[in-house]
Design a binder for this molecule. Structure first.
Ligand code: CA
Length: 270
């Protein structure tokens, strides 16, 4: 892991990372509830509630499934710990994952989030890697949507605004990853004060930078780390697939996972 971190960051070899979280999901059958928790709200067209399944292969599967009652079940894990880079330090968030199905109309995400009431509204900070399977299913050069939200107004939602007193800030870039997300890759997000960088690394060790944000495009509040799979709302037209509908009771249950081999969080001194 140390070599990966150094390579991804191009940092001086004398920097020693402090590992804050390393979970290989090798202790099944479930995730470690001392590290992870979940949420139980509706989002998009489905309902969160479960934390996925850990297989004997040491892989966590976070799925969208038919709930057997005519709806969609969605899965999410979230660190109990919240993270914020200290001055002079970089936080490195990594996940090795793949999306091995070809069902459109699902979003799989590796992301960070926190919300609280401030400046007269419920506001959120957020950093996302998101894969829209309408765009990745059956494709090879898959786009990944990288987004940053700063003091974004959860109740008065507006996109592509910057430091708006009502709406807050949002910036998002859909970039070609040069990769097929059906294959294993390591996705890296580095966050230090005023700087956010994202990378993809393939099995052969080749790496590429995806998106970088600087200055006021970078969140400055502590956030939890999340992984989740969900069905977007109908009005997110780039992500929605009208042919993807939940099966009725008795028609059988399908399951469409994101597979996560490991997650790591480390801190590096500048
Ligand atoms: Ca594993």
């Amino acid at each position: 892991m140390t070599a990966l971190l150094y390579a991804a960051l191009s940092l001086a070899a004398q920097a020693e990372p402090t590992v804050l979280l390393a979970d290989g999901f090798d202790g099944g059958p479930g995730v470690d509830r001392g590290v992870w928790e979940t949420e139980t709200h509706r989002q998009g067209r489905g309902q969160f509630g479960e934390m996925g399944e850990v297989g004997e292969d040491g892989v966590l599967r976070l799925s969208v499934s038919d709930d057997g009652e005519g709806g969609f079940a969605q899965e999410l894990i979230k660190t109990r710990e919240a993270y914020l880079p200290r001055p002079g330090h970089t936080l490195v968030f990594q996940a090795r994952l793949r999306i091995p199905h070809a069902q459109e109309g699902i979003i799989h995400a590796f992301w960070m989030y926190e919300q609280s009431r401030r400046d007269g509204a419920m506001r959120s900070d957020e950093i996302d890697f998101e894969w829209l399977t309408t765009q990745t299913a059956g494709a090879k050069d898959d786009p990944v949507l990288v987004s940053s939200y700063i003091d974004w107004n959860v109740d008065e939602r507006k996109y592509e605004t910057l430091r708006d007193p009502v709406y807050g800030s949002h910036v998002g870039d859909s970039v070609k990853s040069g990769a097929d997300t059906a294959d294993w890759h390591i996705y890296t997000l580095t966050w230090r004060q005023g700087a956010l960088d994202t990378f993809i690394e393939a099995e052969d060790g080749s790496q590429r930078r995806l998106v970088s944000y600087r200055g006021d495009l970078v969140p400055d509040g502590e956030m939890h780390l999340y992984l989740s799979s969900w069905v977007p709302p109908v009005d997110w037209t780039e992500a929605h697939d009208e042919d993807f509908q939940p099966r009725a009771e008795g028609e059988g249950v399908r399951s469409f996972p994101m597979e996560v081999d490991w997650v790591r969080v480390a801190e590096l001194p500048d």
